[in-house]
Each structure stands twice: as C-alpha cells, then as structure tokens.
Ligand binder design. Structure first.
Ligand code: PLP
Length: 404
C-alpha cells in the first residue's frame, strides 16, 4: 500500500522540538483565546443551516501497516458543502464583526441569530467585508457574507486557480486578482480596505489586528469539541498532526483540546511545507518569525510566510514538535485516500488537506522520528483532513479521476 512512498526521498526536511506547558489551559491563554468565546462559537455554529459534525474516519489498514494504534481522519471536505474547515472560522468572525458594528451604530447589542435571520439586513448591506486568500478562507467568507447578508470583496494572487475564483464568485463575492504571492495580496487588501472603509476579516493576526483572527480560531475549536464528543475517553487521540499556514487552524484545534481535556491533552505536532516554514523557524527562534517564500508549495493553503501572532502565543506553549515536509508526499497521500486503501471508504483529500497524513507516514516509518514523537502501537493519532478537492482540476490531474 505504501509502495509509492517507499520510492521517495524522506519527506520530513526539518524537525524542531520544543518544551511545552504540561498544566491545564493557562489563564494567560484565556486572554488570547477565551473559553467563553469557544463556547459561544460552539453554540452559534451548531445552529447554522447544514451544520453536522464532520465524519471521523478510522484509517485502520494504514494504522496496522504503520504499527500505530489508531489513525483518525476528520473529514473537513464535508463541511457546509464548501470542501474545507474554513467556514467554521470565517463565517463566525463575520457574524461577530456585524454584531460589533451594529452595536456601534445603534447602541444596542444584537444576537448573532438575529443577524443570521435577516433582522438587521439594512445595516448589514452597508458593511463590506474583505480579505486576501489562497482560496479556502475566501470561499468561507463569501459563504459567511451570504449567510449574514453583507457584501464581500476577496483578493487572490497569481497562484490561485480559476476554479477557486469561480467558487467564490458563485457565492456572491467580488474577486480581485493582484500580482505577487499570498503575503502581497494580504498587504494589497489591507491598503484598499483602509481607503474604502471595508472591514478586513483576516485569519492572520498582527499587532493591532487581533479580534477577527481570535474569533476565527474560536470557530475552529468546534472541530476539537466534535472529536471529543464522538469518542470515549479511552479512545481520545494521544497525538494530533496539524498542518499550518499562519497557524490559526492548529492553534484553534490545539486550544480546543487543551481547554476541554486539560493535562490529558494530546501531543501536538505541527506540519508545514519546507518552502513556507514560518512556524518551525518561530519555534527554533523562540519568537514569531517570518519566512521568505521563494517557491510556492503545492500545498497552497499552507504556503504562508507570516505567523499569526495570536496563534503563535498558543502554539509556543502547547506544540511539542514542528516538522517541515517536501511536496513529494502530497500526491501519493491523496491517491492513498482516494483508493480507500488506508481503510474505510475512499476519501477526497486536497493538497493541503493531506499534509498531516504524508508527514505521519514518513514519521512513523523513520525510526528517529518515530521515537522522538513517541509514536508506537498504542498511539491514537488524529489527522484533520482540512480540505477536499478545492481545485477539482488539480485533484483530477493528481488522482487520475474527478471527484465522484
Ligand atoms: C486546507 C487548509 N488546511 C490548512 C490550512 C492552514 O490554516 P491556517 O492558515 O489557519 O494555519 C489552510 C489555510 O488556508 C487550508 O486552506
């Protein structure tokens, strides 16, 4: 089953290990990502049309082959029909932004449900949200803006394909293409939004811009809560492999587990492309550090050179290991899922969505990494399948058939 991987050079390019806080969710982090906000996100998101927990698959055949206890694969390709986990964060942040703005303009605090139900539609139509994106965040914002009834402007860079552009436009967003890479599109969006009075809803935090990324991470904690609700205590993951762009997904999921499970939280392993290793560099330097991207990884959603400072505040305390991987393992990992050979039924994993799987396969087979990450036949490893075929054309080229 793993013959495609056997033919490859080692996928893991770098490994940085860090000390973590062994205690319960620290009060200092409750200011970074408050437990009350995680609870609010849970109550709100579970009311949205089409909400259902994403499926937690067990990749039994692969776990046996790698001599691991269990491999869980949480399939975010199903989320709200948008093919990625992102709406959990982006749409929640839009609703929180509108709540805040309506409060400022009317002097009264309105509920998130009343916004969703169209009770403030006149004001909502005058509040424009905007963001840069590699695709998935923009799609989630377009969906959230439609849910909330506000206009949405999305900035994409040259590497973002037309299928992703169309997906956002079909949800009613205006999509603007700019030159350069992802980080250039972030700066462009920020400048134009400041000129036009639009509200940036970015998943990356930086000094002076914290509220929306915090809410986005709060939305992502729902994934951790769903996993905890689906399993008995003796089945809970011992490890989570979390792929990162700016770090929001990993920080949200890790904080969700930490706040719920305290000292019994799983061992957090961060995965990123070797070509966009901002978190591994941050871990090495002990402070948030940017990484200059020269080659865009095929894991487009992870090709991000700037760490979200809020995410870093969480991860530096709870992520024990940072692995960077080459792109080579991505196509075989996608094909492995697509055939169903890993166990269970065939699954659709996109390029960024399978990063954790590719890293786990390499780590579990390499004795040094296996020992360093404490992986053995009792390990229960959670992977977040963070996207499905978000670029259907690329998916088809890699897997050999269209999404069925
Ligand atoms: C599919 C997918 N997985 C993972 C990530 C990483 O999320 P974050 O940037 O919050 O670290 C992204 C980001 O866009 C993504 O699109």
């Amino acid at each position: 089953m793993l013959h495609e991987f056997a033919a490859l050079d080692p996928l893991i390019q770098d490994h940085v290990h860090c000390r973590t806080d062994p205690g319960p969710y620290p009060p200092a982090l409750d200011k970074v990502l408050p437990v009350t906000m995680m609870q609010e996100a849970q109550c709100e998101i579970t009311q949205w049309p089409g909400y259902a927990p994403s499926t937690l698959h067990s990749l039994k055949t692969l776990a046996d082959e790698l001599e691991l206890g269990t491999i869980y694969y949480k399939d975010e390709a199903e989320r709200f029909g948008l093919a990625s986990f992102k709406a959990l964060g982006g749409a929640f942040a839009i609703l929180k932004l509108l709540q805040h703005e309506i409060g400022n303009r009317t002097g009264s605090r309105v509920s998130l449900a009343s916004i969703r139900n169209g009770e403030h539609s006149k004001i909502c139509r005058t509040i424009t949200v905007a963001s840069a994106t590699a695709g998935n965040h923009g799609r989630s914002l377009a969906w959230g803006a439609q849910l909330a009834g506000c206009p949405c402007k999305i900035f994409i860079h040259a590497g973002v394909g037309d299928a992703r552009r169309q997906a956002m436009e079909s949800l009613g967003a205006e999509v603007i293409r700019v030159e350069g890479n992802y980080d250039d599109s972030v700066h462009h969006a920020a400048r134009l939004a400041a000129d036009q009075g639009w509200f940036i809803v970015s998943d990356t935090s930086y000094p002076g811009y914290l509220d929306r990324p915090r809410e986005i991470m709060a939305g992502y904690t729902v994934m951790a809560r769903e996993v905890i609700a689906a399993l008995k205590s003796e089945e809970l993951p011992t490890h989570i492999f979390l792929q990162t762009g700016c770090g929001g997904l990993a920080a949200g999921v890790a904080a969700g587990f930490w706040s719920e499970l305290g000292v019994d939280r799983p061992h957090v392993v961060i995965i990123e492309p070797a070509d966009a290793a901002c978190l591994a560099e941050s871990a090495r330097n002990g402070r948030a550090t940017a990484y200059h991207i020269e080659n865009e990884s095929m894991m487009l959603g992870l090709s991000c050179g700037e760490v979200s400072i809020l995410a870093w505040e969480i991860l530096e305390q709870c992520a024990a290991d940072y692995l960077t991987i080459s792109d080579d393992g991505v196509p075989p990992a996608m094909r492995l899922l697509a055939t169903g050979a890993a166990g269970g039924r065939p699954l659709v994993g996109g390029e960024s969505g399978v990063a954790g799987l590719a890293a786990l396969i390499d780590a579990a087979q390499g004795s040094n990494h296996r020992t360093a990450l404490h992986l053995d036949n009792r390990s229960r490893v959670l992977l977040i399948g963070s996207e499905g075929a978000t670029s259907p054309d690329i998916y088809e080229q890699i897997v050999g058939h269209a999404v069925q």
